[in-house]
Design a protein around this ligand. Structure first.
Ligand code: 13P
Length: 255
């Protein structure tokens, strides 16, 4: 069975002091919930400068941490970038690849993202690969075509699916307060699982976690989790407040 995963993408938020306070509140909240780590995995994605101190802050807790991005080359003349081996050295277990802000704000192409997924998996880390359509694409009836192409591009090369998590984040739902309905989310997740099944076989697809992201809040997490193919959430804004993220973790653990 797929163990649910509650993941928090901090984006470009939190100073060191704020990050330590948030992690310490999350730890205390998790400690106050006996057995919670058996029911849900918890991951956080802080900014790159915080990875080393976060490794210390989460030590001994069930919280796993990862990077929001990493370059596909191990080293080189790439000013401003951080490589996968550098991320791995912090103790990070996972890397987000293909977040819509990377695709649409920073213009990362399918080719770049394919190389990033390969670099992350090649280094033995877990990859949370994000997919999702824009509002125009949804309204033009192209959701499955777009998401299917995003899956084919990055995962078509015969990857080790065991270390891949998919995050379905419709672009129109990110940071907008406009969440996909549970039915819309489930429909997209079922499509993704069917596509993974075509690519990797039914049992590999059945074992792969597919997260929903886009304006997930304490008030809507439980209904989103009701979809049989929704295996967790990737949270932006609401993961920055410990009580909100803990309430979402509870909903994911119950789902
Ligand atoms: P919000 O939860 O703020 O909409 O962000 C979602 C997201 O992009 C998580 O990666």
């Amino acid at each position: 069975m797929r163990k649910p995963l509650a993941a928090g993408n901090w984006k470009m938020h939190k100073t060191l002091a704020e990050a330590r306070a948030l992690v310490s509140a999350l730890r205390a909240g998790l400690e106050a919930r006996p057995g919670i780590s058996g029911r849900v995995d918890v991951a956080i994605f802080p900014p790159a400068t915080l990875l080393f101190p976060i490794a210390k802050a989460v030590d001994g807790s069930p919280i796993v941490f990862g990077a929001q991005n990493a370059h596909f080359e191990a080293q080189g003349a790439f000013t401003g970038e951080v490589s996968v081996p550098m991320v791995k050295e912090t103790g990070a277990a996972t890397v987000l690849v293909g977040h819509s802000e990377r695709r649409h704000v920073f213009g990362e192409s399918a080719d770049i993202l394919t190389r990033k997924v390969a670099a992350v998996l090649g280094a033995g880390l877990t990859c949370v690969y994000c997919v999702g359509e824009t509002l125009d694409e949804r309204e033009a009836g192209r959701t499955e075509r777009v998401v299917g192409d995003q899956l084919d591009a990055a995962l078509g090369g015969g990857m080790d699916l065991v270390r891949v998590v998919i995050a379905y984040e419709p672009v129109w739902a990110i940071g907008t307060g406009r969440t996909a309905t549970p039915q819309t989310a489930q429909q997209a997740h079922a499509f993704i699982r069917a596509r993974l099944s075509e690519m990797y076989g039914q049992s590999a697809a059945a074992a792969t976690r597919i997260l929903y992201g886009g304006s997930v809040k304490p008030g809507n997490a439980a209904e989103l989790m009701a979809g049989p193919d929704v295996d967790g959430v990737l949270v932006g804004g609401a993961c920055l407040v410990a009580d909100d993220f803990l309430a979402i973790i509870d909903a994911v653990a119950a789902g």
